[in-house]
Ligand binder design. Structure first.
Ligand SMILES: [N-]=[N+]=N[C@]1([C@H](N)O)O[C@H](CO)[C@@H](O)[C@H](O)[C@H]1O
Length: 832
C-alpha cells in the first residue's frame, strides 16, 4: 500500500519517530540529535551542542505541522496574508516554540531526567535581532497571532547577516558590537536554494512592440543579483497551523568569475559576490530617522522584488491566472520601507505578464494595504529622483504614471487647487526633486491605518489630511497589540501559573479578555500575597542578572521604576533623568527625607549616528556612578543602565517592573508596545496621553494609571503660542538647580562642558517640551510614591491593570485587520 500518508496517520505513525510529545520521545530525540547532528556524546557536549540538540528536537515537532499546513493551504487555495516588513524582531525561538507546542513543562521534566537545566540551554540561544524596536517586534507579534488565529500568512523580509548591533557600555558610553547571530548556525531556518529570484538594478528602459504590436517596455538592468529564500516556521499557540517567515538573502547569480581569476584578478573574481551579498549584509540601526542611503533603497527593492515575484509564483502554482491575484493574496506594507512593492507589482504585471495598465492597477490597488507607524517628519522616507532614476529607472517611469493619473483625479475633485496638487504629489518639487514613499503607499493601497486611536486621528488630521479629504473611507485605526505567549507565558511563568490558578484555566492565553476573571479577586489577601511574591521573585532574578552584567546591586524591595525603549528625545529619557536629579538633591538637602526607595532602571539602544541619544546614555550612567556609590543616597535611590536591551533582556525586565515609564511628548509616540508588555506583567504606568497610553488608561481605569502632562492639543496650542523653555528654567528654582547640577560637572568628574549640548538645548529649544512637563511629572511621581506606600492599594491596582489588558493582545489586533482590512478567514489545519 503506497498511498500518500494521510495527515492524521502522519502523526500517529511518526509518534514513534521524531514528533512525539511525550517525555520519553523528547529525551530519545534529544540524545539522537546530540549524536547525529552535533556528533557529540552527552559527556563532551558543549552548552551550544545541548542547545542545538534541543532546538532540532523542537523544530522537528514544528516541521510535521508545517508540512501539513503548507499542503493544506496549497490544495485549498486559502486566501493568504503577506506581511512585508524590512524588520522582524523575532527574539529567541526555543522557549517560545516549546510553549506554543504545549511541551514547556514536559521538556523541563525531560531535561531534569537527563540531569540538564532547560533554562540554561534556552539562555544559549543567540536572538535574531532583525529589527530595531517597536515596528520590527510588532511584525513578530503579528506573525505569532496570525498562526494562533489560524490565518494563512507569509512574512516577507530580509535575512540580514548582521542584525541590530549588540550594545556594550564602556565608561558610560554606548559602544556598538556587530551582531554575529549566524556564527553558530541557525537551526530554525531551512535554506530554499531553489526558491531564488533575479533582482535587477540600474541600466535603462526600452520601448518595443510585442507580437500583437502593442507598445511594451523592457528594463535592461546593468546589475542582476539573486535573492534566495530562507524559511522559518512560525507555529501558532495550541494549533496545528504553522505559517511561513520567508527571509531573502542576496547572492551573486555568478558567485565566482573564472575569467577574472584566470587573468589573476582575484578581487575581480569575487567582486560580484561581495557586491551582491552586501545588499542583505546588515540592518540599518535607525528606529525612526530614515537613512536615505543608496544601499538602504537597494535593500528595500531587493526584498520587495523577491517577495512580489514569489507571490506571483505561488499564484501560478496554486490558483493559476494572475487576474485573481488579489483574491488569493492581500499584502500589508509595514510602514513605507516596502512601498516600492506597488510599483514592482505594476512592472511585473505589465512588463513580464503583458497586462494593460488599468487591469494591473486594479489588481495592485486591491492587493496592498499600508500601515503608518510615525508622524515624525524626519522618519517619512523620500528618495531623490536622481538616485531613483539611476537605480530603478523603470519604477520611476511607473511612479510618474501613477502620479499623473492620481493628480488628474485630485484636479477634478478639487478644481483649481494647485496648492493641494503640489502637496499631494508623489514627487516633492521644492528643492531637490524627491519621491514621497508615503504618498506612493497611500495612493497604491486600498486601506491605510495608524497604530493607535490618537495616532490614527492625527494621521487623518495632519500627515495625510489631504488624502483623508479625498478618500475618507480608506483610513482606519488598528491599535497595536503584543503576543501574551512570549511576553507573559515565556517571560513570566510564575505569573502565568498564578493567573491560571486564580482564573481556574489557561484559556486566557489565547483569549486575553478572560483576564477579566481576575477582577473578582483583586482585593483577595491570599492573591495579594502570591502576587507580591511573583513580582519580588522576578525582581530578584533581574537584580542578580544586573549585578552580574553591570556590578550594580539593586534592592528587590525598592520600587523598580523602569524606562526601556529605543533612546530618542521624543521618548524623553532626559525628563526621567531630571526627576532622578531632583530625588538626589532632595536627599542631599534632607538626609532624613522619607523617600520610598527606588531603583531607576533604563534600557535602550541609540542609533549609532544619533549624538544626543548617546549623550543621554552617558548622562544616565554618569549619574548612576555618583548616586550608587554615595552612602547618603544609595539607600534611597539606585540607578542602572541595562546594556543590550533586546527581546531576550526585555523578557527579564517586564516581569520585574513596578512602574513603567511611558512619558513621551503627547502626539509623538504613535502607539508604543512596551507600555502593553509592562502593564500585562503587573507594572503600573506613569505616562502622558500619547499613543496607546490613552487606550491603556481607558481600559485599566483612570484611577489605576498615573497620568501627567500636556495632551496633544495642549502641546499644539503651546507650540503655536510660542514656547520659551528658558522662562521655565528661570521661573522654577528646582528645575534650574537640577539642570545647573548637571552642568556643574558633579556627574562628569568636574567636566562642566560634557552635557552642555543637552542642557543648552533643553533651556533654549527643548523641541520635545521636557521643561513644560517637568513640574507635572514630579508631582505625579510624588503621588506614585504615596500610593506605593500602601502595599495593598498598589497590588490591587496591579491586579486590575493585568485583568483589563485583554484589548492589547496582538490576537485582537489581527482579528481587526482580518475582518476590517484584509477580509480573510481563519483556515484551521488539523493536528492542533
Ligand atoms: N518606526 N516606527 N515606529 C514605531 C517604533 N518606533 O518602531 O512603531 C511602533 C509599532 O507600531 C510604535 O509602537 C511606535 O510608537 C513607533 O514609534
Amino acid at each position: 500500500m503506497n498511498q500518500e500518508p494521510s495527515p492524521a496517520s502522519f502523526d500517529q505513525e511518526r509518534e514513534h519517530t521524531r514528533t512525539g510529545m511525550s517525555k520519553a520521545s523528547l529525551k530519545r530525540d534529544f540524545l539522537d540529535n546530540l549524536f547525529y547532528i552535533q556528533g557529540r556524546f552527552r559527556e563532551v557536549a558543549t552548552p551550544h551542542d545541548l542547545y542545538m540538540a534541543a532546538a532540532y528536537t523542537t523544530r522537528d515537532r514544528l516541521l510535521a505541522r508545517w508540512v501539513k499546513s503548507a499542503q493544506d493551504f496549497k490544495t485549498t487555495h486559502a486566501r493568504t496574508v503577506c506581511y512585508l516588513s524590512a524588520e522582524f524582531l523575532l527574539g529567541p525561538h526555543l522557549a517560545n516554540n516549546l510553549v506554543n507546542l504545549g511541551i514547556a513543562e514536559t521538556s523541563t521534566e525531560a531535561a531534569e531526567e537527563l540531569d540538564l537545566d532547560l533554562n540554561a540551554i534556552i539562555e544559549e540561544e543567540e536572538e535574531p535581532g532583525l529589527g530595531n524596536g517597536g515596528l520590527g517586534r510588532l511584525a513578530a507579534c503579528f506573525m505569532d497571532s496570525l498562526s494562533t488565529l489560524q490565518i494563512p500568512s507569509i512574512g516577507y523580509g530580509i535575512r540580514y547577516e548582521f542584525g541590530i548591533f549588540d550594545q556594550m557600555i564602556e565608561n558610560g558610553w554606548q559602544v556598538e558590537k556587530s551582531d554575529t547571530w549566524l556564527r553558530n548556525g541557525n537551526p530554525w531556518e531551512i535554506p530554499r536554494p531553489k526558491i531564488r529570484f533575479p533582482v535587477m538594478y540600474g541600466g535603462h528602459t526600452e520601448q518595443y512592440r510585442d507580437h500583437d504590436g502593442r507598445p511594451r517596455t523592457r528594463w535592461v538592468p546593468d546589475l542582476v543579483i539573486d535573492g534566495v529564500a530562507y524559511d522559518t516556521p512560525i507555529l501558532g499557540y495550541g494549533v496545528g497551523n504553522v505559517n511561513l517567515l520567508r527571509l531573502w538573502k542576496a547572492e551573486a547569480s555568478e558567485s565566482f568569475d573564472f575569467q577574472a581569476f584566470n587573468v589573476g584578478d582575484y578581487y575581480g573574481a569575487v567582486h560580484a559576490k561581495i557586491e551582491a551579498e552586501t545588499i542583505s549584509k546588515v540592518l540599518y540601526p535607525n528606529d525612526e530617522p530614515e537613512a536615505g542611503k543608496e544601499l538602504r533603497l537597494k535593500q528595500q527593492f531587493f526584498f520587495v522584488s523577491c517577495s512580489v515575484q514569489d507571490m506571483i509564483r505561488l499564484q501560478f502554482n496554486t490558483v493559476g491566472p494572475l487576474e485573481t491575484l488579489a483574491d488569493k493574496f492581500v499584502a500589508q506594507l509595514n510602514d513605507t520601507h516596502p512601498a516600492l512593492a506597488v510599483a514592482e507589482l505594476m512592472r511585473l504585471l505589465m512588463d513580464e505578464h503583458d497586462m494593460e495598465w488599468d487591469q494591473a492597477w486594479d489588481i495592485t490597488h486591491r492587493v496592498f494595504c499600508y500601515t503608518n507607524h510615525t508622524l515624525l517628519p524626519e522618519a517619512l522616507e523620500t528618495w531623490s529622483v536622481s538616485l531613483f532614476e539611476r537605480l530603478l529607472p523603470r519604477h520611476l517611469e511607473i511612479v510618474y504614471a501613477i502620479n499623473q493619473r492620481f493628480l488628474d483625479q485630485v484636479r477634478v475633485r478639487f478644481l483649481g487647487d494647485e496648492d493641494r496638487v503640489r502637496r499631494m504629489s508623489l514627487i516633492a518639487e521644492d528643492g531637490e526633486r524627491r519621491v514621497r514613499m508615503a504618498h506612493l503607499a497611500v495612493v497604491g493601497s486600498r486601506a491605510v491605518n495608524g497604530v493607535a486611536e490618537l495616532h490614527s486621528e492625527l494621521v487623518k488630521t495632519t500627515l495625510f489630511r489631504d488624502f483623508h479629504e479625498l478618500w475618507p473611507d480608506r483610513f482606519h485605526n488598528v491599535t497595536n497589540g503584543v503576543t501574551p505567549r512570549r511576553f507573559m507565558v515565556v517571560a513570566n511563568p510564575r505569573l502565568t501559573r498564578l493567573i491560571t490558578e486564580t482564573c481556574g484555566s489557561d484559556a486566557w492565553i489565547r483569549d486575553l479578555d478572560r483576564l477579566r476573571e481576575l477582577e473578582a479577586h483583586a482585593t483577595d489577601p491570599g492573591l495579594h500575597e502570591r502576587w507580591h511574591e511573583v513580582k519580588i521573585a522576578a525582581k530578584r532574578d533581574l537584580s542578580a542578572w544586573l549585578k552580574h552584567r553591570t556590578g550594580v546591586l539593586l534592592d528587590p524591595e525598592a520600587m523598580f521604576d523602569v524606562q526601556a525603549k529605543r533612546i530618542h528625545e521624543y521618548k524623553r529619557q532626559h525628563l526621567n533623568v531630571l526627576h532622578i536629579v531632583r530625588c538626589y538633591q532632595r536627599i542631599k538637602q534632607n538626609p532624613n527625607h522619607d523617600m520610598v526607595p527606588r531603583a531607576f532602571v533604563f534600557g535602550g539602544k541609540a542609533a549609532p549616528g544619533y549624538f544626543m541619544a548617546k549623550l543621554i546614555i552617558k548622562l544616565i550612567n554618569a549619574i548612576a556612578e555618583v548616586v550608587n556609590k554615595d552612602p547618603q543616597v544609595n539607600g534611597f535611590i539606585r540607578v542602572v543602565f541595562m546594556p543590550d536591551f533586546n527581546v531576550k533582556n526585555g523578557q527579564r525586565l517586564y516581569p520585574a517592573a513596578n512602574l513603567s515609564e511611558q512619558i513621551s511628548l503627547a502626539g509623538k509616540e504613535a502607539s508604543g508596545t512596551g507600555n502593553m508588555k509592562f502593564s500585562m506583567n503587573g507594572a503600573l504606568t506613569i505616562g502622558t496621553l500619547d499613543g496607546a497610553n490613552v487606550e491603556i488608561r481607558e481600559e485599566v481605569g483612570a484611577e489605576n494609571f498615573f497620568l501627567f502632562g500636556m495632551s496633544a492639543e495642549e502641546v499644539n496650542r503651546r507650540q503655536h503660542q510660542g514656547y520659551r523653555p528658558w522662562e521655565l528654567y528661570r521661573g522654577d528654582p528646582e528645575l534650574r538647580s537640577d539642570i545647573d547640577l548637571i552642568n556643574s560637572g558633579l556627574f562628569s568628574h568636574g567636566d562642566t562642558q560634557l552635557f552642555r549640548p543637552l542642557t543648552d538645548q533643553l533651556v533654549n529649544q527643548d523641541p520635545f517640551m521636557v521643561l513644560a512637563d517637568y513640574r507635572a511629572y514630579l508631582t505625579c511621581h510624588d503621588h506614585v510614591a504615596e500610593v506605593y506606600r500602601d502595599h495593598h492599594r498598589w497590588t490591587r491596582m496591579s491586579i486590575l491593570n493585568v485583568a483589563r489588558m485583554g484589548k492589547f493582545s496582538s490576537d485582537r489586533a489581527i482579528r481587526e485587520y482580518a475582518e476590517r482590512i484584509w477580509q480573510v478567514e481563519p483556515h484551521p489545519v488539523g493536528g492542533g
